[in-house]
Design a protein around this ligand. Structure first.
Ligand SMILES: NC(=O)c1ccc[n+]([C@@H]2O[C@H](COP(=O)([O-])OP(=O)(O)OC[C@H]3O[C@@H](n4cnc5c(N)ncnc54)[C@H](O)[C@@H]3O)[C@@H](O)[C@H]2O)c1
Length: 302
């Protein structure tokens, strides 16, 4: 297996909300990053977001101009997995939260990367053990669950599948620390730890909204001021992506066969209507004119 020192070139597969942040932190830590997505527009948006976030860090004097330039220089985009994955020393998969997409990707990546390469996944809820079983190297498959927004949030949940080796876990711990993150080891059960606790809360907030207990702003304000949360659960759901929240709840519902994880029908409806939160311009809040999430979506205006 590659040692930490041997990891120079990293593939990030999927350039959406999480992929761009993961590419950013690897590139800023000096790694050469291949950012891969099936969608050219997602790649373009990802580079724009990384530029914007680097400029913000520069303005706050957290980085200098040279670091900004070097970080951008370290990232190359690919709209083809086969070109992008060639010769990489480590992979983080951050594609759409859909088991079939991830299983297919891991089968392909297993064929096209050196046998000594660790394949990590940023999945929020899909079984690491099942993903690992798609490959001929289940000992080198692991969950590396970054939090959103990746350049800011310190936590990486490191999830060991049934066959993940100690060596792989150790490498991912060291790598996370090199990125300036704090890794925490957890085991492979649906939702792991972060989403096992977060998603039922978001689902309950949606339930409270749907049953008329309170409005969007009211629910968020109660949790912000009453529980000292930096943002309310509905705004957080918008930032995560309502499709991602739904996918995670579905996996937990299936995995535990417990109705307490059943996604609220309003969440299902909103995803079906294409109201996915920040990334689509509207969720519980309207992001079309102001990016500040101050305006409640017209769907919920009283
Ligand atoms: N959004 C969050 O807050 C959050 C937090 C932690 C983990 N995650 C996890 O990170 C992963 C990505 O989530 P996201 O929110 O960035 O999703 P997203 O919808 O913003 O982006 C997913 C990207 O994957 C791309 N994609 C789909 N199939 C692909 C393929 N075969 N090859 C390459 N790219 C492909 C899509 O084009 C899209 O750009 C998911 O597993 C999700 O559960 C999300």
């Amino acid at each position: 297996m590659k040692t930490l020192e041997q990891i120079k070139k990293v593939a990030v597969v999927g350039a959406g909300t999480m992929g761009n942040g993961i590419a950013h932190v690897f590139a800023q830590s000096g790694f050469e990053v291949h950012l891969i997505d099936v969608s050219k527009s997602a790649l373009e948006r990802a580079i724009e977001t990384i530029k914007k976030n680097l400029t913000r860090l520069l303005q706050k004097e957290k980085i200098d101009e040279a670091t900004k330039e070097k970080t951008l220089h370290n990232i190359t985009t690919f709209d083809n997995l086969y070109d992008g994955i060639q010769g990489v020393d480590f992979v983080v998969e951050a594609a759409t939260e859909n088991p079939e997409i991830k299983f297919g990707l891991f089968r392909d990546m297993d064929k096209r990367t050196g046998k000594d390469v660790v394949l990590a996944t940023n999945t929020s809820s899909i079984s690491i053990t099942k993903i690992a079983a798609q490959t001929g190297r289940p000992d080198k498959v692991i969950g590396m669950h970054f939090m959103n927004p990746v350049p800011i949030m310190k936590l990486v949940e490191v999830i060991r599948g049934y066959s993940t080796s100690d060596e792989t876990a150790k490498l991912v711990f060291a790598l996370s620390e090199k990125l300036g993150k704090v890794p925490v080891e957890v085991n492979d059960y649906p939702g792991f730890v972060a989403n096992r606790i977060l998603m039922p809360m978001i689902n309950e907030a949606i339930q409270a909204l749907q049953t008329g207990v309170a409005g969007v702003k009211e629910i968020d304000t109660v949790l912000k001021l009453g529980a000292n949360f930096p943002m309310g659960p509905l705004q957080l759901a918008d930032f995560i992506g309502l499709d991602v929240c739904l996918a995670i709840l579905d996996v937990m519902y299936e995995g535990f066969k417990d109705p307490k994880y059943a996604p609220n029908p309003l969440l299902v409806n909103m995803v079906q209507a294409g109201k996915l939160g920040v990334k689509s311009g509207e969720g519980f809040y309207d992001y079309s004119e102001s990016k500040k999430a101050e305006k409640v979506s017209s769907m919920f205006r009283k």
